[in-house]
Design a protein around this ligand. Structure first.
Ligand SMILES: Nc1ncnc2c1ncn2[C@@H]1O[C@H](COP(=O)(O)OP(=O)(O)O)[C@@H](O)[C@H]1O
Ligand SMILES: [Mg+2]
Length: 203
């Protein structure tokens, strides 16, 4: 479903020999991978090795210098068709979850955004309150959290809300960038079990 072929990414180096120099530091070297449906892939590497960079390519935020990226055979290369497809199929939970939730939104609103996106795409409707409850339960939070604002949550709780939001639009692919680093072991286990069961349930 996802296919990367010889992806190379480099960034302009801070230190340039000449004023208008363009010395670049290459971060990704010929990365190729295939991820099929129902597969859970983890990428390990030390800090600064390029994991987030690869994530940014996968979610279409960063255009590689070279190489090709296709999702279900559709090229993701900045053109509209690829962008639309990515938007409707992929959810992303970033490492920096603190800036990814609108501070003026209550948890209920944060989740409803995702639920609405799914409703628009599928033409179906759900009981939103019930759906919020179900989503929170999946990430180990109870219903009482729906009325809270992001600043009323701990780091780990906000991370979980961001994950619930990513699930809310029922994507085919979820990209996590160190998104469960703050979780305590129990919900972390539960989230993996969830990933396993959702792979079975939704393919
Ligand atoms: N936008 C950018 N501009 C310049 N350098 C960057 C940029 N993004 C990442 N880098 C550099 O690329 C390397 C890989 O970063 P990153 O993908 O964030 O690593 P990881 O997520 O594996 O810790 C680091 O050396 C980082 O400084
Ligand atoms: Mg990173």
């Amino acid at each position: 479903m996802i296919e990367l072929h010889d992806i190379c990414v480099s960034f302009r180096s801070e230190r340039q020999e000449k004023i208008f120099g363009n010395t670049r530091i290459q971060v990704l070297f010929d990365v190729s991978l295939k991820i099929g449906r129902g597969v859970c892939l983890g990428i390990l590497g030390e800090s600064g090795s390029g994991k987030s960079t690869l994530g940014n390519v996968l979610c279409g935020l960063l255009k590689p210098d070279r190489g090709s990226y296709t999702l279900d055979g559709v090229p993701i290369d900045g053109r509209r068709e690829g962008k639309r497809l990515l938007q409707s199929r992929m959810s992303v939970v970033f490492q920096d979850y603190t800036t990814s939730a609108n501070p003026r939104f209550r948890v209920r609103d944060i989740l409803t955004e995702g639920i609405r996106a799914w409703e628009r795409r599928s033409g179906q409707h759900t009981g939103r309150q019930e759906e919020c409850r179900r989503l929170l339960e999946l990430v180990g939070l109870d219903e009482s959290f729906t009325e809270r604002f992001p600043h009323e949550l701990s780091g780990g709780q906000l991370q979980r809300v961001c994950i619930a939001r990513a699930i809310a639009c029922r994507p085919e692919v979820i990209l996590f960038d160190e998104a469960i680093s703050l979780w305590t072991p129990t919900p972390r286990c539960r989230s993996w079990i969830f990933c396993g069961s959702s792979r079975k349930n939704w393919g």
